[in-house]
Structures are given as structure tokens and as C-alpha cells.
Design a protein. Structure first.
Lengths: 114, 111
């Protein structure tokens, strides 16, 4: 059984650019949640995708958007990058909505915005 | 303002010592989770507690959910270097809602 994988591992961008982060969910899981973890803080919920539909969103602006594919893998897109977007971006998959099921986290993508 | 507060923020102890870390809120949670996160990895779930006053044990780790379901503690007996990591608590206000994470306690156990 393959765990949750994320790509790329590290990424450096400049202000104003756009970025796409990718997540492959664990086999049998239909839900992916994305979190932003700034240095020294706990993960902050961005949004959740359940069966290809957004199902719940945290306090993040619209320039944070996502997508879930029929195989339940997911993308996180961030437009017009700002310096404060520098963080570890975590995705987590679960066999159903994250509030009712155990989440399994990937290793994260570390994004640096210069 | 953090919905969940964790204390202490940092803790450095010697191998073999006992320790307790705390997770507090003014809000009531339907369930609360504890995770451990190691450098370069995502958080790994340790336990979920759902009943006020509930105590769960996982080897040398003891988790307690407060009677009022507003706070929780994690006690580690005879800490080992392998316990080093960031300990995060996360709470869900209502059943089925997404969990909100606290800022974490960074534990370092020195050999």
C-alpha cells in the first residue's frame, strides 16, 4: 500500500508568480485536505476535496484554489504569490470526510517565496 | 487568536524523565486528536479522544481529555530520544467538522 506522496519536495518562487503543488492520495482514499504550516506553527486548514468536489474551506483568499481528479489525486494552485505564502504545504488523505476519519499526511512541499 | 493553545512551546529534557504537555481552549470540542510531527515529515496521528474525562494509553504515552472537553494533556513516562518531535493537538468543534490545529509543543529528549 502506497502512502500519501507530494511533489515537488522543495520549490522556490518569486512574488507574483503562480505555483502548482501535487498530492497523490493513499490507495482507497477519496478525500484530500490541504494545509499550510508556517514556521513554528501548527497546520492551518486550506480546503478539502471529497469525490472531486470542494467540501469545506478555511480562511484563505480565492487565489488559493484546488482540484481533485477522478483517481482522487489533487492539486493546490496559488496565484499572485506573496512573501507570507512561504510555508510547508501538507496534504492529507482519508477514506471519507476528514472530520469523521483518520487523516494520513504526506511529507509536504516546502515553498519559499522571494 | 489561536482557538487551541499549547504549552509549553518548547521542552528539552534528559532521557528517562517524565513530562506533560497541555492543550487548552475556551471552546468545547466534540473530539480532540494528538499528532507527532518529525522534521521533514507530515504529522502522524497518535490518538483521538471523544468523551469528557477519557484516558487513553499508548505504551509510555497517556492522553487525557478534560471533563468539560475544553482541554487535554499528554503525559510521557521515561522519555526516549525517539520521542523527540513536534506534538500537535487538533480539535473538532462538531462531529464531522475539520480539525483545527494548535501551534504545537516542540520536545527534545537528550540522550
Amino acid at each position: 500500500e502506497t502512502g500519501v506522496t507530494q511533489s515537488p519536495t522543495h520549490l522556490i518562487k518569486t512574488r507574483g508568480q503562480q505555483v502548482t503543488l501535487r498530492c497523490s492520495s493513499q490507495s482507497g482514499h477519496n478525500t484530500v485536505s490541504w494545509y499550510q504550516q508556517a514556521l513554528g506553527q501548527g497546520p492551518q486548514f486550506i480546503f478539502q476535496y471529497y469525490r472531486e468536489e470542494e467540501n469545506g474551506r478555511g480562511n484563505f483568499p480565492p487565489r488559493f484554489s484546488g482540484l481533485q481528479f477522478p483517481n482522487y489525486s489533487s492539486e493546490l494552485n496559488v496565484n499572485a504569490l506573496e512573501l507570507d505564502d512561504s510555508a510547508l504545504y501538507l496534504c492529507a488523505s482519508s477514506p471519507g470526510l476528514a472530520g469523521n476519519n483518520e487523516q494520513f499526511f504526506g511529507p509536504g512541499t516546502r515553498l519559499t517565496v522571494l | 487568536t489561536q482557538l487551541l493553545e499549547q504549552s509549553p512551546q518548547f521542552l528539552s529534557i534528559q532521557e528517562g524523565e517524565n513530562l506533560t504537555v497541555y492543550c487548552n481552549s475556551s471552546s468545547v470540542f466534540s473530539s480532540l486528536q494528538w499528532y507527532r510531527q518529525e522534521p521533514g515529515e507530515g504529522p502522524v496521528l497518535l490518538v483521538t479522544v471523544v468523551t469528557g474525562g477519557e484516558v487513553k494509553k499508548l505504551k509510555r504515552l497517556t492522553f487525557q481529555f478534560g471533563d468539560a472537553r475544553k482541554d487535554s494533556s499528554l503525559h510521557i513516562t521515561a522519555a526516549q530520544p525517539g520521542d523527540t518531535g513536534l506534538y500537535l493537538c487538533a480539535g473538532a468543534r462538531n462531529y464531522g467538522q475539520n480539525f483545527v490545529f494548535g501551534p504545537g509543543t516542540r520536545l527534545s529528549v537528550l540522550p
